[in-house]
Design a protein around this ligand. Structure first.
Ligand code: CA
Length: 423
């Protein structure tokens, strides 16, 4: 009997131990599951998946965002404090060094960062359409720093936002060049981005700066290096930012080059003229690129029958580019580029300009010769000393840009009688 009691006690003890064991066996499993739920998520490719979305059938993704949305799009209580009259040049490193604010109000701005319009000159590495209809762009500098800049969908921007017209133009400029979808695509092109400073919550966004700083919203985006003006969201005249020294154009009527201009240069090219078909009387020798390809035109010719129209008379969204590569002999002691151009536009400089560049063999701008937004509607003579490029292969590039959101704006130029005379 006593032995039975002992056995019974042992049995009870065993059951209890097994029970405890199974409990212990369960607890770690439960903790593991809960732990997985609460572990920081891996790097996400969206900054909106922790946000609530507002359905909007008119928007690109079908939804607009919620989190600090008024601040992101310029319908917040402090929007009037944004200094739209001035653009502050900055870098990703500078912005990334700003202190993270203690709190991020939903309807007010962190001053002065969120009331300042900044401009970055960096590389657009990747872009994506977010679930809140934003275009999420990652820009990078040459030192491995990245940050996010975003273009909201105008359909998600309140009509009262003073940023809306600029957001529309920036969105159209991006659409003219890229087609974002819900996965990241690579661009890797130089860009100049202008936008309002903004601190985002840190939740693992792809490309996010360590302190969450963004430009949000983007008010202007220009593609390509060098030839970037300093656009302002309002009417102020921007200052072009040329790369390197800017040769002084020779005024109309002065002809300092050894080769006379306007004598039908393609018909009788001198041995010293490196440009082929500089009068555009034939279709050869020039490479046309951009969203709007240049076209030979008989509408205007400085000489002969044709000139080259760079840009379009309507509906242009982006760049129109003509390039010809030349090799300047190392023995050259002089190299004079000259040409005539006939510019016209009814637009303003942040959205429309005519320019000429020297590019390297990769097509990258190594010197901007000029960039203007003019409506001269007359042949203008230009002359530049390129003797410093002796021994190099370079490209002469004519570019016209027009990115107005409305089809009622235009900007283009005719080019003719291009010569590069070497001695
Ligand atoms: Ca011609």
């Amino acid at each position: 009997m006593r032995r039975r009691v002992i056995l019974a006690l042992v049995a009870v003890l065993l059951v209890a131990l097994v029970g405890i064991g199974s409990i212990y066996g369960v607890i770690p499993f439960t903790q593991q599951v809960q732990g997985e739920k609460h572990q920081p998520a891996p790097i996400k490719d969206t900054d909106t998946d922790q946000e609530t979305l507002n359905k909007n059938p008119l928007s690109t993704s079908g939804s607009c965002g919620v989190e600090r949305w008024a601040v992101k799009t310029g319908t917040d209580a402090d929007v009037g404090k944004i200094n739209l009259q001035s653009v502050t040049q900055t870098t990703i490193a500078t912005l990334s060094a700003l202190t993270i604010p203690g709190s991020l109000p939903s309807n007010n701005r962190i001053q002065p960062t969120e009331t300042t319009v900044f401009q970055l000159h960096d590389t657009l590495t990747q872009y994506k359409l977010e679930s809140d209809s934003d275009y999420h762009l990652i820009v990078a500098d040459g030192s491995g720093n990245t940050m996010i800049v975003e273009i909201p969908d105008p359909a998600c921007v309140g009509a009262s936002s003073p940023l809306l017209p600029s957001i529309k133009k920036a969105r159209a400029a991006f659409d003219a060049r890229y087609t974002p979808n819900d996965t990241f695509q690579s661009a890797n092109v130089p860009v100049t981005v202008t936008g309002v400073g903004f601190f985002d919550f840190l939740h693992g966004q792809a490309g996010v700066a360590p302190n969450g700083i963004e430009l949000h919203a983007i008010l202007d985006i220009q593609f390509g290096s060098g030839g970037t003006p300093t656009p302002t969201p309002t009417g102020a005249t921007p200052t072009p930012t040329p790369i390197g020294a800017t040769p002084t154009p020779t005024p109309i009527g002065v002809t300092p080059t050894p080769t006379p201009i306007g004598m039908t240069p393609t018909a009788t090219p001198t041995s010293g003229n490196l440009i082929q078909n500089g009068g555009f009387e034939t279709s050869g020798n020039w490479t046309y690129t951009g969203t709007t390809l240049p076209t030979r035109s008989t509408t205007r010719a400085h000489s002969g029958t044709y000139s080259l129209r760079v840009g379009a008379t309507s509906n242009q969204q982006g760049d129109s580019i003509a390039t010809q590569m030349v090799s300047i002999p190392s023995s050259s002691t002089s190299a004079a580029l000259s040409f005539y151009y006939w510019p016209t536009t009814n637009d303003t400089s942040p959205y429309s300009w005519q320019e000429t560049d020297i590019v390297n063999s990769s097509g990258q701008v190594i010197q901007q010769l000029f960039q203007k937004t003019t409506n001269d509607r007359a042949w203008v003579y230009m002359n530049f000393d390129l003797s410093s490029y002796a021994g190099q292969t370079i490209g002469i590039r004519f570019l016209d840009h027009e990115s107005a959101g409305s089809g009622s704006y235009y900007g283009y130029m005719y080019v003719d009688d291009v010569t590069l005379s070497v001695n």
